[in-house]
Design a protein around this ligand. Structure first.
Ligand code: SF4
Length: 230
């Protein structure tokens, strides 16, 4: 019986390895794909650590891997994604890109101050009551792409923490990794940004999909659907 169980484990691990890109590049932190498989089975790592699985060419492999890992109870079955603030159900959750702390946000600042890469800004998104702190990743044609770093993280900083207060900003877009079914380009989605401090469901239109990496624009905090909770 024990032998049968071992055979079964070997079979499952080779099925997983067969579905990995097979580059043995070490980018995931493991020297070879079969070592990554071993770490996946032990729940020491996550599929997202293999960046190639985010590419369109490996989309089917990724879907099959997810099914297999759910079947083997290595990752949990998808649960409903519900916004805490108003109880709306989201189609997807948007998580950060690998090695990043929050989803990327594209902002339209109304300030005339010069904003450049590396600056920390304080702002309030139009339609959101929460003050945000963010680090600018790039600045181009009047738009800035940022990472959210507060207020929670900001409160951990010392009194020397420096930032530019740019007041109100319009949020134009989000970029991140989809948790849930990958939407099509052009689809209007309700999504929950993983870092949202209010855990409020947003809506927008998907303008780019590459594997599980997507860009959503036309962001709106109004969601046209009845809340799940009574
Ligand atoms: S990053 Fe992907 S392709 Fe590279 S070794 Fe890890 S599992 Fe294999």
């Amino acid at each position: 019986m024990a032998q049968k169980k071992d055979d079964q484990t070997k079979l499952d691990s080779s099925r997983i390895t067969d579905l990995l890109p097979g580059y043995n590049c070490g980018i995931c932190g493991y020297a070879r794909c079969d070592e990554f498989t071993g770490a996946l089975i032990k729940k020491w790592t996550q599929l997202e650590k293999c960046r190639f699985l985010l590419q369109e060419i490996f989309e089917e492999n990724r879907e099959e891997l997810e099914e297999l890992l759910i079947e083997e109870k290595i990752i949990p079955e998808e649960e409903k994604i519900i916004g805490l603030l108003d109880g709306y159900e989201a189609d997807i959750r948007l998580d950060p890109l690998p090695d990043e702390k929050s989803c990327r946000e594209v902002l339209f600042p109304f300030t005339r101050a010069e904003l450049k890469e590396g600056d920390t800004i304080k702002y309030r998104p139009l339609g959101c009551p929460i003050i945000h702190f963010a680090k600018i990743l790039s600045s181009e044609n009047g738009l800035i792409t940022v990472h959210i770093i507060g207020p929670c993280h900001r409160l951990d900083q010392d009194a020397e923490f420096e930032y530019l207060d740019i007041g109100l900003c319009m949020v134009g877009g989000f970029e991140g990794i989809v948790q849930g079914k990958v939407p099509d380009v052009g689809e209007t989605v309700r999504f929950l940004p993983g870092h949202c401090m209010m855990q409020k469901v947003h809506s927008g239109v998907v303008v780019q999909v590459e594997g599980r990496r997507i860009i959503i624009e036309g962001i709106d905090l109004k969601v046209w659907a009845p809340p799940i909770k009574g």
